[in-house]
Write a protein that binds this ligand. Structure first.
Ligand code: AMP
Ligand code: ZN
Length: 473
């Protein structure tokens, strides 16, 4: 098939035409969440952009197999192998076991994804499912001389590689400064950039989950997870590997180092990275300031899909600043948009030529380095165009295969909700009147029965000086 999607490849530092290893097929891997806490909406920006990439690939005709790991062990507080295990920290915080924490936050992650219309990858694999695969890779790296044992841990020897920094154009010096910030140097490492493949000794011996290995009871490093899990499901050659820009170094750099040393050949051709969502302070944090989650947005009355639209309005290669003000504007724009689509009449003829022309414009926007804001402009232009409602409706439905903004269903759902609310209110008011009459007739048993019946439906009555009021519990 014709390859027309272009996007920025971090490996070559260029926008390139994407050509998969196998014609028409895409092997895609996404670094999954570390399930020690809720995902913040910054994390979810990355997953929205990856979902956009996957859906674009499918939209233009590729057969995609997408794999994602769940990090439930080995990710330490600092990406550079120091600090406490994030999962253990989460377990302590909530007085639960690591596996309980992992289950709870994995479910929470997929529930957030569903609200944002992010498709679940074809394969989702928790790291703790793959311990034998990790041990096998570490053993092979030791045998091939790419790894060494020191102080009870197994390290990857980065000095064995000619170009360890293949993925980032920063100098070695700059990268190391970044890493050093929160690191107490590990005296076991032969080179500063070496990283842990398998721990049996760490400063945090309270590690809850440990497994037998040829090097003693221990647990895997974080980076090895993604190499093994992707190879387990996608084989030795991968087309696209994704993550947020913070993953470029050290995580993805280390993944390439160990995978290619293990395989003895090039592993992944395209690296897709998403820039960060930041708040006013310039950072997004799970521990400081307001912890921005999908549930928080919902509790403030925002539709999560509006956040998706906010992300699609920006380009994945630009940092994006979050503010409630912008989200308010986006809500207004979204409500107008879905009302407009909702008002289209579906009956009638779809004008084939116009349909094709707009579909092409939409595809062109996406194929131009995933220009999602341009794709939205095509949607707006299309709605203004002089053509039949049926054509517009068909196009909106078609574009929504990628945009996933509930374009054709949101308005109906809102009107249906409003209808239900109106009906309920009419019913409650009639019951309140009946109760008042019952009280007047001194039929208190009946008055109480009405109150109880409403309570069962989640409605509480309050007798106030201004009369009877009701609210939902
Ligand atoms: P983690 O759960 O910490 O492993 O992160 C999950 C994903 O979110 C990774 O792909 C990170 O690169 C990405 N990520 C972390 N912080 C942000 C942010 N502020 N904006 C966008 N993506 C982020
Ligand atoms: Zn990863």
């Amino acid at each position: 098939m014709e390859n027309r999607l272009r996007f920025y490849n971090t490996l070559t530092r260029k926008v390139e035409t994407f050509i998969p290893n196998e014609d028409g097929k895409v092997a895609m891997y996404t670094c999954g969440p570390t399930v020690y806490h809720y995902a913040h909406i910054g994390n979810l920006r990355s997953y929205i952009a990856e979902d956009l990439l996957e859906k674009t690939l499918r939209y233009i005709g590729y057969d995609v197999k997408r794999v994602m790991n769940i990090t439930d062990v080995g990710h330490l507080s600092s990406d550079a192998d120091t600090g406490e295990d994030k999962m253990l920290k989460g377990a302590k915080r909530e007085h639960k076991t690591v596996m309980e924490i992992a289950k709870f936050y994995t479910d929470a992650f997929f529930s957030d994804c569903a609200k944002l219309n992010i498709k679940t990858p074809d394969v989702v694999e928790p790291a703790t499912n793959c311990i034998p695969e990790f041990i096998h890779m570490v053993q092979t790296l030791l045998e091939k001389g790419y790894a060494y044992e020191q102080g009870g841990n197994i390290y990857f020897d980065t000095s064995r590689l000619e170009d360890y920094y293949v993925l980032s154009n920063q100098s070695e010096q700059e990268l190391l400064v970044g890493v050093r910030e929160d690191v107490d140097a590990d005296a076991n490492k032969r080179n500063k950039s070496d990283f842990v493949l398998w721990f049996t000794k760490s400063k945090f011996d309270a590690q809850e989950l440990k497994w037998e290995s040829p090097w003693g009871l221990g647990y895997p490093g974080w980076h090895i997870e993604c190499s093994c899990i992707s190879m387990k499901h996608l084989g030795e050659y991968m087309d696209i590997h994704c993550g947020g820009v913070d993953n470029i170094f050290p995580h993805h750099t280390n993944e390439i180092a160990q995978s290619e040393s293990y395989l003895g050949h090039k592993w992944c051709n395209y690296w897709f990275h998403i820039h960060h969502l930041v708040d006013k302070s310039g950072k997004m944090s799970k521990s400081r300031g307001e912890f921005l989650t999908v549930s928080l947005l919902e509790s403030k009355g925002y539709d999560p899909v509006v956040y998706r639209m906010f992300c699609l309005q920006s380009h994945y290669r630009k940092p994006l600043e979050f503010s409630y003000e912008v989200l308010d504007n986006m809500t207004a724009a979204y409500e107008k948009l879905v009302k407009r689509v909702g008002a289209l009449k579906r009956e009638g003829q779809v004008e084939g030529e116009k349909f094709d022309a707009y579909k092409k414009r939409f595809e062109d926007a996406l194929c131009d380095d995933l220009n999602s804001s341009m794709a939205l402009t095509v949607l707006y232009d299309m709605l203004k165009e002089d053509m039949s409602d049926a054509t517009k409706y068909a196009l909106a439905e078609d574009f929504d295969r990628v945009l996933s903004l509930n374009l054709t269903t949101a308005y109906q759902a809102r009107t249906a909700d409003a209808q239900v609310d109106e009906e309920l209110e009419r019913y409650i008011l009639s019951r309140i009147e009946e109760r008042r009459d019952a009280k007047k007739a001194k039929d208190f048993a009946r008055a109480d029965a009405i109150r109880a019946e409403l309570l069962e439906r989640g409605i509480v009555l309050e007798d106030t000086r201004e009369g009877v009021k009701w609210k939902k519990v």
